[in-house]
Design a protein around this ligand. Structure first.
Ligand code: FES
Length: 326
């Protein structure tokens, strides 16, 4: 391990490893620096500049998510210049989109909304001019409203670096810039596999869970960690429920392996079978060929299975029976 170095952050001496960013060191010391475009396990791109800090002898404010620490570095995270820059950035983001929290599905779970509140901004100094994009409402799983996009690029990096699907990227320039699949296609007409990683990392209401629309406000939902029931990988997921019904599913990042918070299309969007009226809830037995299935009790079903297996064992020997559990 390389020798640790010492830096000063807000007049506190903090130990750091060479190569760590200011943001990483500050967070490990419990010092809060706001972020928007930064997302764990993806490249730091320094797109939003919300994480700016003052570094002694630097010519300008620096993006703490991208700047590595150096020995003796003196950092200040809460000076008037830092707060003024953060306010300006957030006000510009607010003004350049349609951040209407009244109808936004992410109200109460939006990082832009949290930042506005934390910075005590009552309204932007600039006229609000949303870009006027048409929402992508062409599939049953993901709803995209790019008028709420802050161009942080988290969905692009999640798609390309975490899921390695390489569907999303920026197109156009300046105030015309937008995120989407190649040739501006809707998700349904692109190579998107609907893993929903973009939805999971989006900090605003730009990419949301379509099945969850009007299903419940974030503060009305209960969160339960569980294991996906589809394949044998054992992906960890959080079920968000209201009135005993699943509203949406997110990958659980805290647990770590095997999925590190990612999910596939079935795990994320295929859980509606749980409360489907046709769901099988009692065992069914067909006693003879060409007979219909009959509803039965678990006791009767297990007795039936045991008798059948006993019969196979007696007729063909124990080696004729194998089990596979997942
Ligand atoms: Fe550092 Fe966006 S979080 S530039």
């Amino acid at each position: 391990m390389e020798k640790s170095i010492t830096v000063s952050i807000d007049d506190r001496l903090v130990k750091a490893q060479p190569g760590q960013t200011i943001l990483e060191v500050a967070r490990s010391a419990g010092i809060y620096i706001p972020t928007l475009c930064h997302y764990p396990n993806t490249t730091n791109v320094g797109a939003c500049r919300v994480c700016v800090v003052e570094v002694e002898n630097a010519r300008s404010l620096v993006a703490s998510c991208c700047m590595p620490v150096s020995p003796g570095m003196v950092v200040r995270t809460n000076t008037p210049a830092v707060r003024a820059a953060q306010k300006m950035i957030v006000e510009l983001l607010w003004a350049s989109g349609d951040h209407n929290c009244l109808t936004c599905e992410q109200n109460g779970s939006c990082e832009l909304q949290d930042l506005i509140y934390w910075l005590k901004i009552e309204k932007p100094r600039f006229p609000i001019e949303p870009p006027g994009h048409f929402p992508d409402n062409t599939n049953t799983m993901i709803y995209r409203d790019l008028n709420k996009c802050v161009l942080c690029g988290r969905c692009i990096r999640a798609c390309n670096e975490i899921q390695v699907n390489e569907v999303l990227d920026f197109s156009n320039r300046g105030s015309y810039a937008k995120v989407g699949p190649a040739f501006d296609a809707d998700y349904i007409d692109s190579t998107c596999v609907f893993c929903g990683e973009c939805l999971q990392v989006c900090p605003t209401g730009a990419i949301t869970f379509k099945q969850a629309k009007f299903g419940g406000r974030p503060w009305e939902l209960s969160k339960t960690r569980t294991t996906c029931t589809y394949c044998g990988v054992g992906c960890q997921m959080d079920l968000y429920t209201k009135d005993n019904k699943i509203v949406k599913v997110m990958g659980n990042r805290q647990y770590g392996p095997p999925n590190e918070g990612s999910l596939c299309v079935k795990g994320r969007f295929g859980m509606d079978f749980i409360s489907h009226p046709d769901r099988l809830k009692k065992p069914l037995i067909r006693y003879a060929k060409n007979e219909d299935f009959k509803e039965t009790s678990w006791d009767e079903a297990f007795t039936f299975i045991a008798q059948k297996m006993q019969g196979i064992k007696e007729k063909y020997g124990a080696d004729s029976i194998a089990g596979l559990a997942s």
